[in-house]
Design a protein around this ligand. Structure first.
Ligand SMILES: *Cc1c(COP(=O)(O)O)cnc(C)c1O
Length: 419
């Protein structure tokens, strides 16, 4: 057996909220102008009440609405796969499992929250959503979700990607979204996630029928992603495993990592590892402080690891990992020692991705490849010690729209940026 499934009728019907299980209660976000703790009313111009409630709740479980489950079932449950060929090639006693989130319509984990966010906005009577996207993964996810609920979707795309990576724009447009390069007011600026968030927030504040949607970082986004870890737990049991010893995922804003790792936070023996690029080392080299989520300082100040809201990361291939901050929930787990973080240069990441592709057949998104790098190193460490470690990682997306990155690696044009 190499794949385990639960039936579509058994996908998780409640999201898992990690907040009550954190070592210390999270600090409140602060209003950008007054620096006072954010109140629900402060967020109302941007988000529907149900999502604001989820952002602040301490309830351990939140029911998933039936309308959301119906759409998630278009591709969920996702398979849990044992990477036995990788194990054999490494000669490791470790057992390596991955949760394959690459089969969603957008090819990544991101639709798990896009669908929920579009649902709550549609139910609250909104007609349009704005958002930002880097390389385009989040924009595609939200465009898909908006199409399901008849919402208009306006995506501010980091200009460098808009110009050099047209295919995700085409997918967004196919699903009915409109795509605008950011920053809108500086046509010579390559843009960053920070500038695109500012543009999308401004556009939402300007119209009563429009809200803003964020693809990572916020508590409710990570909450929606916990379907990944909850399913994985069931599937590991079907595979005859009790718990993983280590859970590994790449970390940009923290949503796929939170999604797979949070359901294991209450299990003290399970190690949790965040993997980030050396060129954008938020958790490994940033400072824990209040900072804005965007470059213009329009969002609330979040308590998180940050490289500074004006940090513009070098343009590495793992576009989804180029963000100056990281989820406050992930940040607090790292600060309090419940989660570890490691950083890799992209050459070592692509070396692992190509190794994995030749053994397991899967061409990973550059973001997912960061996890594969760390998994291989954990499995080699287990070989040294002879430990029969169970490793679970998030295969959070495929790399079919990132082939130019593979092309660069395979033909010696990929250069490491040092952090
Ligand atoms: C967006 C994205 C990421 C980074 O975002 P997180 O919120 O940290 O998960 C990682 N992997 C893939 C495939 C993505 O699309």
């Amino acid at each position: 057996m190499t794949r385990w499934m639960v039936s579509p009728g058994e996908i998780p019907s409640a999201w898992f909220n990690v907040v009550p299980y954190l070592p210390a209660p999270p600090a409140s976000p602060l209003h950008p102008a007054t620096h006072q703790p954010v109140e629900p009313d402060d967020l109302a111009p941007l988000f529907p009440a149900a999502l604001i409630e989820q952002e602040m709740t301490r309830a351990p479980w939140i029911e998933v609405p039936g309308e959301v489950l119906d759409i998630l079932r278009l591709w969920r449950p996702t398979p849990l796969v044992r990477a036995s060929r990788l194990e054999q090639a490494l000669g490791t006693p470790a057992r390596i499992y991955f949760k394959d989130e690459s089969g969603s319509p957008a090819g990544s984990h991101k639709p798990n929250t896009a669908v929920a966010q579009a649902f709550y906005n549609a139910r609250a009577g909104l007609r349009r959503l704005t958002t930002e996207t880097g390389a385009g993964q989040w924009g595609t996810a939200l465009a898909f979700a908006c199409a399901q609920f008849g919402l208009e979707c306006e995506v501010y795309m980091v200009r460098a990607s808009f110009e050099h990576k047209p295919y995700r724009r085409v997918i967004m447009e196919t699903w009915g979204g409109s795509v605008v390069p950011s920053p809108v007011d500086q046509p010579d600026h390559p843009g960053s996630l920070g500038t695109a968030i500012s543009d999308a927030v401004r556009a939402a504040l300007g119209r009563g029928d429009t809200h803003y949607s964020l693809g990572s970082v916020l508590n409710h986004v990570l909450l929606h992603q916990t379907v990944i870890g909850l399913e994985a737990r069931e599937q590991l049991a079907l595979a005859g495993e009790r718990l993983p010893d280590v859970v590994i995922a790449p970390c940009g804003g923290g949503s796929n990592l939170g999604g797979i790792a949070f359901p294991f936070v209450p299990e003290a023996g399970v190690r949790l590892i965040a993997v980030e690029p050396l060129s954008c080392p938020t958790l490994t080299q940033g400072r824990f402080d209040y900072d804005f989520g965007d470059s213009a300082g329009l969002t609330p100040l979040l308590p998180m690891y940050t490289l500074g809201h004006d940090f513009v990361p070098p343009s590495i291939h793992a576009g989804g990992l180029r963000y100056h901050g990281v989820s406050p929930l992930i940040s607090s787990l790292v600060r309090d020692g419940r989660m570890e973080a490691v950083a890799y240069p992209q050459g070592k990441v692509f070396e692992a991705a190509v190794h994995f592709a030749r053994l397991e057949g899967k061409v990973a998104a550059p973001e997912a490849a960061h996890a594969i790098r760390a998994v291989i190193d954990e499995a080699l460490a287990a070989k040294e010690t002879g430990e029969e470690k169970v490793i679970l990682f998030n295969y959070c997306g495929h790399g079919f729209l990132d082939l130019s990155a593979y092309d660069d690696y395979l033909h010696g044009r990929l250069h490491d940026e040092q952090g």
